[in-house]
Design a protein around this ligand. Structure first.
Ligand code: UTP
Length: 289
């Protein structure tokens, strides 16, 4: 039986150049989507998938992430004294149990593969999730839970994918499949930004993975690839020589908060999805159009 997936790695140490100047003093993943930081949604998704320990890969100047997932005594006391218990509950809802979060410094942004490798000692010898927190995945059943179930079913490495918008596959990391039947298909490879017309499928890698721990041995000796960075996809290619990878087309909608228009779309979509704000949000948006 496949081991349980208990831990998730959240690499947040990138430069976030596409959302500057907002990300100059606020880590990209702490930018707000409607009324909470992007990371709040990602942690909620991880918890829904049964994740018990979150390992953040951080860089200098990202202390606000640790502060966000800690108590906020002055404000909590004030809210309690004023009887504002609904706000108090909101403020506390993302708090982990002590010991459920770890923070590792990447020290230099050498690439996603390097960021994941920084978690090796904390993950140890068990399968783990990687969640790219720029990608918000709105789904009835949490996207990561869908991936964990696919892992439990197969014991194979899982890469979550979704169809690229018409004519845009060349902008993404695209998977090659050994036939396509249903939502879970064995992968034969990956191509980063394929030339238009040469795409092996229309499915792009969208930011959630379940990986076996053998990936760390490969990342350890990984040469720098595209953009001079240590790429996770190159590491996965290495592991594919000895282990199976499955591409899971998950059910849900992805919002890429790593660029400005994606972040705007996410703000609108998540406001409209909130039963307590949907009507007011719709009115406000209509008035602007
Ligand atoms: P991105 O490709 O979105 O890079 O990384 P970025 O640097 O954050 O953003 P831009 O392109 O400059 O705007 C995907 C994820 O991997 C993390 C990022 O924080 C992001 O969550 N990452 C990337 C690291 O943690 N370390 C790295 O060295 C590179």
């Amino acid at each position: 039986m496949a081991k349980r997936v208990r831990k998730a790695v959240l690499p947040v140490a990138g430069l976030g150049t596409r959302v500057l100047p907002g990300a100059k003093t606020t880590p990209k993943n702490m930018l707000n989507v409607f009324d909470r930081p992007i990371l709040s949604y990602v942690i909620e998704e991880g918890r829904a998938a049964g994740i018990e320990h979150f390992v953040f890969i951080v860089s200098r100047g990202q202390g606000s992430i640790q502060d966000y997932f800690d108590n906020y005594p002055e404000v909590e006391q004030a809210l309690e004294a004023k009887g504002k218990l609904d706000i108090l509950e909101e403020v506390r809802r993302d708090l982990p149990q002590p010991g459920q979060m770890s923070f590792v410094r990447q020290m230099a942004p050498l690439g996603l593969g390097h960021a994941v490798w920084c978690a090796r000692d904390l993950i140890g010898d068990e399968p783990f999730a990687v969640m790219l927190p720029d990608m918000l995945m709105m789904a009835e059943k949490a996207a990561l839970k869908q991936a964990v179930e696919a892992y439990e079913q197969t014991g194979d490495n899982i890469v979550v994918v979704e169809p690229a918008p018409e004519g845009e596959a060349h902008k993404y990391g695209i998977v090659a499949l050994d036939g396509q039947d249903g939502r879970l298909n064995r992968m034969t490879g990956m191509v980063e930004k394929p030339k238009p017309g040469t795409e092996p499928s229309n499915l792009f890698i969208s930011g959630r993975y379940i990986l076996n721990p053998e990936i760390f041995k490969i990342l350890e000796t990984q040469e720098r690839g595209a953009g001079g960075e240590i790429q996770l996809t190159d590491g996965m290619f290495g592991l594919m020589k000895s282990q199976n990878f499955q591409a899971l087309e998950y059910e849900g909608t992805t919002y890429d908060c790593g660029d400005k228009i994606g972040l705007l779309r996410a703000n609108v979509a998540y406001a409209l999805a909130r039963p307590d704000f949907a009507d007011a949000a719709r009115e406000a948006i209509k008035a602007l159009l």
